[in-house]
Design a protein around this ligand. Structure first.
Ligand SMILES: NC(=O)C1=CN([C@@H]2O[C@H](COP(=O)(O)OP(=O)(O)OC[C@H]3O[C@@H](n4cnc5c(N)ncnc54)[C@H](OP(=O)(O)O)[C@@H]3O)[C@@H](O)[C@H]2O)C=CC1
Ligand SMILES: CC(=O)N[C@@H](CCC(=O)OP(=O)(O)O)C(=O)O
Length: 349
């Protein structure tokens, strides 16, 4: 394999963009052609991220300066709300480009739901209609043929991987799902924010956006589709003092099933999946098991309350939760082995 697929990374001076660059450097087919930034445009990548001082990379340029005719595939790590117009311009001028978005801009199918949660009308509804939801394990066939893939948010990735097989098999009541989620601070991006200062996040655990996080409608969209009925979930995220990693605990009511049935449904759904691992009985997922890797680990245990079960899933928010899943989708879109460039094991401890 030669490095013959030219990629561009929008938002390469951000955390997801940088993790994409890290993965692309190790990918046998990706040639990094263009890296864009906003406030950091004009700098060398190594000035912004010293860890890239050992490799040759293009300098950071603005989106407007980029020559998209030199690019085959675009990975987009821009803040939500900024991607729609840029995607529209890039794809209008270069319809052959494959666009893999890591932002939230093309995930929600219903424009009214998008407006409610993101506060403005969608600016590229035609593209929204075309976009394929990029939860690889559940949308593989559509992703293969897609031009525009909307990678899921980090919380929806971990949550949906651990709930969809149970909903599909009718083993849990979808109207009684409670998700308690915790994320490392890189989930909030690299720009300066008071709540992610070390002094404020370093020694505490903080809930945020309680009862109103914009990932709830994304989770509900996908669960409702599989359940065949409109579902509302209780979803509470927390910021936890670590850089990467995410752990989602879901409290579930079973519909006459046992925990063994739940485990069997997971094993059945993910038997051939390279990146989803069902923890053996007695093993509890922890973020250290997946740190720096593209794996999702899922564990299931019986609650002491009869008829209830607890499911725990972990991912690295920057890998399976964004850049890694984006590369997994790229591999599908280019008919490559899905694991290409993604076989790194967890950084443990
Ligand atoms: N962090 C995570 O764990 C995850 C993030 N995501 C999503 O991925 C996207 C990127 O997140 P993340 O990397 O964390 O964010 P960062 O804040 O770390 O990076 C944002 C990037 O976008 C650039 N940028 C900001 N505003 C503009 C603009 N108006 N025009 C062009 N470029 C701009 C920034 O450039 P500069 O720095 O030069 O100003 C930077 O390169 C977001 O939509 C996020 O929600 C999805 C899943 C997980
Ligand atoms: C810790 C933290 O702040 N996490 C982010 C989620 C990161 C992510 O997946 O965001 P997108 O949906 O924008 O892609 C948040 O809660 O908004």
């Amino acid at each position: 394999m030669s490095k013959d697929i030219r990629i561009g990374v929008l938002g390469a001076s951000g955390y997801t963009g940088a993790d994409l660059v890290r993965l692309a450097l190790a990918h046998p087919s990706m040639q990094i052609a263009t890296l864009t930034a906003n406030s950091q445009a004009g700098k060398r990548m190594a000035e912004v991220f010293p860890q890239f001082g050992f490799v040759d990379l293009p300098d950071l340029i603005t989106t407007e300066e980029a020559d998209w005719s030199l690019v085959d595939a675009v990975f987009c790590g821009l803040p939500h709300g900024t991607t729609q117009e840029i995607a529209r311009t890039v794809l209008a001028d270069h319809p052959g480009i494959k666009f893999i978005d890591m932002s939230a801009d093309f995930r929600l199918r219903d424009p009214e739901v998008y407006k409610t949660w993101y506060g403005h009308d969608h600016l590229a509804m035609d593209l929204q209609a075309e976009a394929v939801y990029g939860l690889t394990e559940h949308y593989r066939t559509a992703i293969r043929d897609a031009r525009l893939v909307a990678c899921p948010g980090c919380y929806p990735t971990a949550t949906l991987l651990s709930l969809l097989p149970l909903v599909a098999a009718g083993l849990i009541d979808p109207s009684e799902i409670v998700v308690d989620a915790k994320s490392g601070v890189t989930g909030a991006g690299r720009s300066l924010k008071q709540n992610i200062l070390f002094s404020e996040a370093g020694e505490g655990l903080s809930p945020y956006a309680v009862g109103k996080h914009r990932h709830a409608p994304e989770i509900e969209q996908e669960i409702s589709k599989v359940a065949g009925t409109d579902v509302i979930v209780s979803f509470t995220p927390h910021l936890i003092p670590m850089s990467r990693g995410e752990l989602c605990t879901s409290y579930l009511r079973m519909t006459g099933a046992t925990v063994d049935d739940l485990r069997a449904a997971f094993v059945d759904a993910y038997r051939d999946e390279p990146f989803v691992h069902v923890a053996p009985e007695g093993v509890l997922p922890q973020t250290q098991n997946v740190r720096g890797s593209n794996y999702c680990q899922i564990g299931v245990v019986a609650d002491r309350v009869p008829g209830r079960a607890i499911v725990i899933s972990v991912i690295d928010n920057l890998v399976k939760g964004s850049a890694g899943q984006a590369v997994q989708n790229f591999n599908l879109m280019y008919d490559l082995d899905e694991t290409t460039g993604l076989t790194q094991q967890a950084l443990f401890p």
